[in-house]
Design a protein around this ligand. Sequence first.
Ligand SMILES: C[C@@H]1NC(=O)N[C@@H]1CCCCCC(=O)O
Length: 226
Amino acid sequence: MTRPSRLILVTGTGTEVGKTWVTAALSRRLRAFGIEVAARKPAQSFTPGDTATDAAVLGEATDTPADTVCPPHRWYPVPLAPPMAADTLQLAPILLDDLVAELDWPSDVAIGFVEGAGGLCSPIAHDGDTLSLAQRVRPDLVLLVTEPVLGVVSQVRLAARALTGHEVLVVLNRYDPSDEVHRRSRDWLTAIDALAVLTNHDLADTVDSDAAWRAISGEPPSARNP
Ligand SMILES: C[C@@H]1NC(=O)N[C@@H]1CCCCCC(=O)O
């Protein structure tokens, strides 16, 4: 398998936290800097009739057909975890080995995103979750997307402990600096838990910021080429 120079696995503390939005926003910003970006979704499940699937959104952000982002036989139109959706549809079991083998990358990709399904420990295959996917693909960085609502500290701590050995960047999506829960949770995760934390504002507005640039690209700010 050709591997992107930098492989970033995108997961979350749960479903509907905005993984796809974050990945698409980052992809657009990085591409605006002239960086070759690709995104892959090994399997996706969705409500029947939904055309704005994760693969479609990531494909639009990276100028790639949705069928390339996620192979058509890994589209499961049932809003359940992919292996449960496959069972509902009476399709073959999903095996983690196959999802890994199906990850195909163009040769010139600088940053490749792989987005899981649901949260870190939601089943993506019958024999694995996104945590096992991380153990298989050995990403350079894991983006852990979450929302800074009450309870987020425990969710992030659990996920970060499960991800021991991986480089983790927490992304607080839908962050509102005027909300004390958001502000204090962010400060706690940063100061007490010593986690690397960015918000959607850092990412969407300012991959141009030095901190966000360094975290995502792995390069020093001087390497940025607007
Ligand atoms: C339908 C949605 N498609 C998708 O990719 N994630 C959602 C599924 C989330 C499954 C969560 C299973 C769990 O953790 O309980």
